[in-house]
Design a protein around this ligand. Structure first.
Ligand code: ZN
Length: 381
């Protein structure tokens, strides 16, 4: 069989070592070492792999060198996998830009293949792998909505922007930004990218110290009750419902499902004792907490829990001297332990004491995504 040997030295000067890749259908390029492993047979699938690796040789930087320089400048280092995924998106965007096909001819139904590759990790809650697959496959997330878990859709807007930047500008700095964002989806990883060992030291999100205050809840549980319609019972309240939803009876049960509220009381939010009073009174079963921070620390005040509530004005007084965010992450962790639906009343402008606000805000997006928390800027009716 005829062997076809690509010549990356034409696009990236130097002496290259090109060898057959031991694994069928796989390729790899090490720019720094000028080494390329690709299938050398003359099948269309192998030509496709070679085209992809030649694109790397043409526009990919020496990633290791770039990361070393970021490390020196104490910048965040994305994980290797995320960089690879994001860079492959750029490679595809570039190939498409210069008129090359980015669909592997070996695949009949590429869309179905990718959808399945996304659905598998998504089904077991592995958001990171599902999203990486979606990105690497250059598959617009909104078109595979059904396969992507709800929590990825929460971060979708930001992710989408980062993806679009890579596709439109095709610059490596956008690849790094996208990779850092992907890293936020890694299970149990702080927003430091989780990256390569010591590479991230100093860039972990470090929230301010939190003081949790629980003023006495003077409004006792009044056993708030609510009437619900039911299929069985003794109080026949609306016989006509036999013909509609089969729920003609009425049952009186304790009110539930009013959810939980974490209120950002930093000065940008302009939250008032009146608003707090209204919230607590209108939702007697909701869990409610306030928080605000100072330079390096902050307070989380538990206002209402288990149907009991503390005095709204007194709770507000406990944080009135605080105007910053600083402890958003601690607040969101408290909220993630409370009953759903969970609401975070905030403009999302989270901060941490060391001033890296971008990382703090991304970490909050991740916490919201992982814990089904919805950020709101007005209390729903
Ligand atoms: Zn690649």
């Amino acid at each position: 069989m005829q062997q076809i040997i690509p010549t990356p030295g034409i696009v990236h000067p130097g002496i290259w070592h090109v060898e057959n890749h031991p694994q069928e259908g796989h390729g790899g390029t090490d720019i720094g070492a000028r080494r390329m492993l690709v299938p050398l047979d003359d099948s269309p699938g192998s030509a496709f792999v070679r085209q992809h690796e030649m694109a790397h040789a043409t526009i990919s930087p020496d990633v290791e060198k770039v990361m070393k320089s970021r490390k020196r400048r104490k910048l965040q280092i994305p994980t290797h996998t995320s960089i690879q995924v994001a860079e492959d998106l750029r490679i595809d965007a570039w190939q498409q830009y210069i008129g090359l096909s980015i669909i592997d001819p070996d695949f009949g139904d590429y869309a179905a293949f990718v959808a399945e590759k996304i659905a598998k990790p998504a089904a077991v809650g592995d958001l990171y792998s599902a999203t990486c697959m979606a990105v690497a496959a250059h598959f617009p997330l909104q078109e595979v909505g059904a396969g992507i878990p709800q929590s990825v859709r929460v971060v979708k807007a930001k992710l989408r922007e980062a993806i679009d930047r890579v596709i439109l500008r095709r610059q490596f700095k956008d690849v790094i930004e996208l990779a850092l964002m992907l890293d936020l989806l890694r299970p149990g990883k702080p927003a430091n990218g989780g990256g390569t060992e010591e590479g991230n030291k100093g860039s972990v999100v470090k929230w301010g110290a939190v003081e949790v205050l629980e003023p006495e809840r003077t409004r006792p549980r009044d056993g708030s009750l609510v009437a619900i319609s039911s299929m069985q019972g003794v109080d026949l309240s609306d016989p006509s419902r036999i013909f509609t939803d089969c729920r003609p009876f009425e049952r009186i049960v304790p009110m539930q499902g009013q959810g939980s509220f974490l209120i950002d009381c930093s000065s940008s939010m302009c939250w008032t004792p009146d608003a707090l009073h209204k919230l607590v009174e209108s939702r007697p079963e909701a869990s409610v907490a306030l928080y605000a921070g100072h330079k390096v620390d902050g307070r989380l005040v538990i206002v209402a829990k288990d149907g009991e509530a503390a005095d709204a004005s007194e709770c507000m007084r406990l944080i009135e001297h605080l105007g910053n965010n600083t402890i958003d992450g601690h607040g969101l962790e408290w909220l993630s332990q409370q009953p759903e639906p969970r609401y975070w009343f905030s403009d999302g402008q989270a901060t941490q004491p060391n001033g890296n606000h971008g990382a703090a805000q991304l970490e909050c997006i991740r916490l919201c995504a992982e814990n089904s928390i919805q950020r709101i800027t007005r209390i729903p009716d």
